[in-house]
Design a protein around this ligand. Structure first.
Ligand SMILES: [Mn+2]
Length: 237
């Protein structure tokens, strides 16, 4: 990535209408588009949002906890109740069941991505991902992504859901954020997952972390609170 400027897209939650509105100023051929996960559930067009993100040129899609819930419900009919209880849409479930290539694509999504400037992007604003690997792992980002792929292929969705789903801890603890950045060799963090109510993406701890979940579908923040160009990294970082 990074040959083109980076556009970051927070939690879409099936709100295809607001997604299209938000993306209008950013032609796909002029931006690398980074989706931070949770494209599905709550709103009506989750699978539609997945297909759009997959097919948008120069895009990367990270896995969110709601994608995990959807994949589990596709594989295991007994998980349907819990899927519906977190805002899962029955027609999304039916649509994904019929589209095996889309299922496979979704099981291949990484949980995190490190950009060229040293920015780390992941869905949730906490360090639970670290539970998936050994503490002395030399390349934590690659190892976490590999472990996520394994869990999605070995009925491990429950474990993954519990790792990804806690609310963000980094906002309450700058030392915990800094420890995570050290462990992953990153300079700052982008995440979604917990809706904020700002009018722009929510940069906190002096910009060391930025939350791009402006609450599509359920909340009424402006779309630019969720969809916005990646700010340049301050020289002091
Ligand atoms: Mn989430």
């Amino acid at each position: 990535m990074n040959r083109l400027p980076v556009l970051v897209v927070g939690d879409v939650h099936g709100d295809l209408q607001r997604l299209f509105q938000a993306l209008r100023p950013y032609p796909p051929d002029q931006w690398e588009t980074l989706f931070l996960g949770d494209l599905v559930n709550r709103g009506p067009f989750g699978v539609g949002a997945l297909r759009y993100a997959r097919d948008r040129p120069h895009s990367t899609v990270l896995l969110g906890n709601h994608e995990v819930a959807l994949l589990q419900a596709v594989r295991d009919p007994a998980a349907r109740g819990s899927f519906l209880s977190v805002g899962g849409q029955l027609h999304d479930l039916q649509e994904l069941r019929r589209d095996e290539p889309l299922q496979e694509w979704l099981r291949d999504r990484p949980g995190m991505l490190k950009l060229e400037d040293g920015t780390l992007a992941q869905h949730s604003g906490h360090d639970g991902y670290g539970q998936l690997i050994d503490h002395d792992e030399p390349d934590p980002v690659a190892a976490i992504n590999a472990r996520i792929g394994e869990l999605l292929r070995k009925d491990g969705e429950d474990e993954l859901w519990y790792v990804l789903s806690p609310k963000d801890h980094f906002r309450d603890s700058r030392p915990r954020l800094e420890a995570w950045l050290r462990r992953t060799g990153a300079r700052r963090l982008l995440h979604g997952h917990t809706p904020h109510r700002r009018r722009e993406p929510d940069a906190y701890h002096d910009g060391l972390a930025i939350n791009f979940d402006g609450g599509f579908f359920t909340r009424r923040s402006p779309v630019r609170a969720s969809v916005s160009p990646l700010p340049a990294l301050p020289l002091t970082f």
